[in-house]
Design a binder for this molecule. Sequence first.
Ligand code: APR
Length: 250
Amino acid sequence: MTPDDLKKTAEIIARARSVISLTGAGISVESGIPPFRGKGSLWETIDPMEFAHIESFLKNPERVWRGFLAGMKDLLDRARPNQGHLGLVALEEMGRLSTIITQNIDGLHQLAGSSDVIEFHGNFAWQRCMTCDTLIPSSDIDLSVLPPRCDCGGLLRPDCVFFGEMIPDLSLSRSRALASTCDVMIVVGTSAVVQPAAMMPVIAKNSGAVVIEVNPEPTPLTHSVSDHFLRGTAGRVLSALVEEIRKILD
Ligand code: APR
């Protein structure tokens, strides 16, 4: 990322009518949550079809809780927002960002202070009973016995979207509507390989928006959809971008 790239993208965001962001696991890496793909990622050691697919969960909930979900809860309980999340909050406070569409289930955007977050894949902060549909805060569940159960005896599952499940209708329709009407989409920390989330930058681009991508590595979007590729980590790039935009707006 050159100073010129930064200046150009800062100008675009400073002058835009409507800016949204799509984020992926990469923005939470600096909070200690490993990504799903790439070096040191979750799917390097855990087979998502065995541990993150609804069929596997229904077949053997204890195995999925023991082999994946309990560890995920530990990681998320300890994670706090990083400079990347705070950079998006600063853009919102400057009136330069309205909504974040996140694929993440860690709730760190809301914890950082972002006020309009579409949780495309749900949120691990809540567990849902598969019998009585009660929602229970994940912080309240006891993992000494797996799988955890509701007081009614029903099985608890994270209020997240497993592989093999549909994206909640409202999340999908709102995201499509925002992607097709925004001027700028800032895409941060996603490998852009999981649908339908990976379609959002394409919808934005096809609707005439400028797509700005923030990632230490190129992705399938970089050479075909992204208008600007700011190579680097979310914390460093978003902090620099906020400073550049402040200079323009002050
Ligand atoms: N800052 C920004 N981006 C980073 C950083 C960082 N510090 N570290 C890694 N990345 C980038 C990687 O280069 C990669 O492109 O973040 C991306 C992480 O990709 P994935 O792990 O595939 O995460 P994501 O795109 O969100 O996955 C989509 O797949 O398994 C499902 O449900 C899961 O929501 C997830 C979906």
